[in-house]
Ligand binder design. Structure first.
Ligand SMILES: [Zn+2]
Length: 238
């Protein structure tokens, strides 16, 4: 049904289109993923100004026609996250966060937890330079898995339910596994296991730290879970 609707959204990606337009990949609060055209946005006197830059959180009015893409008719800034763009490390993490949402959430079904998580991550990267670190990026990715419904089993062996001797991880089995169910797994140290459990339990702003080796194992566990269950391959964080 053609018509206009309002939603808040984050600009995940922006691609040049035609003479002066851009196609925007949006993740919205009310409609999940949206593709939209911002007409004339590359003109100096565009009525949108710089409000539709990637990583920006905006209030939008969109017109839905017969085609696949909506048209942006109004845009107001909720948070431009200008601080992210002043620091290379923060910018890289911000782009990575948007990329993960872009790859993992392509449905038009809204996902409130995923949208709120992305907004919190961008806000943290914007206000706290120290948030642009591996452990924080991994905590975000793990919480994103939870929002997508792919969180790995961490409390007991994913194959047999054993609660002790959980020294390995298997994406195929769906989480940590015990010594007797190790087939197809890789070693997961206690520190990496603890990191995964704490990163899920704590708020994003209080992501735990861990030694490099543990972060690399946690990264692998998250990446293999994404590949196995969501068929999504993301660049490693650590
Ligand atoms: Zn087992």
């Amino acid at each position: 049904m053609p018509g206009s609707f309002k939603t808040e959204a984050v600009v995940l990606r922006s691609i040049r289109f035609g003479e002066a337009d851009r196609v925007l990949h949006l993740y919205s609060a009310r409609r999940g993923r949206i593709g939209a055209v911002a007409k004339g946005v590359r003109r100096v006197r565009s009525r949108f100004g710089g409000r539709l830059e990637p990583l920006s959180r905006v209030d939008l009015v969109l017109h839905e026609g017969r085609g696949e893409l909506c048209t942006v008719t109004q845009a107001d800034t909720v948070d431009a996250h200008a601080g992210i763009k002043t620091r290379r490390a923060s910018l890289e993490r911000g782009v990575q966060a948007c990329e993960a949402v872009l790859r993992l959430f392509d449905s038009q079904e809204p996902n409130g937890p995923a949208y709120n998580l992305l907004c919190r991550e961008l806000s943290l990267l914007d206000t706290d330079p120290a948030a642009a670190c591996r452990s924080q990026a991994l905590a975000f990715r793990l919480k994103l898995l939870l929002a997508a419904g792919f969180v790995p089993e961490l409390a007991a062996c994913a194959t047999c339910g054993e609660r002790e001797h959980l020294g390995a991880f298997s994406a195929g089995a769906g989480g940590v596994v015990c010594a007797g169910c190790e087939a197809g797994s890789f070693p997961l140290d206690a520190e990496a296991h603890t990191f995964l459990v704490d990163a899920l339990a704590r708020p994003l702003a209080e992501a735990p730290g861990a030694p490099e080796s543990a972060l690399r194992q946690a990264d692998r566990a998250i990446a293999e879970t994404l590949e196995h269950h969501a068929h999504v391959t993301l660049r490693r964080v650590a």
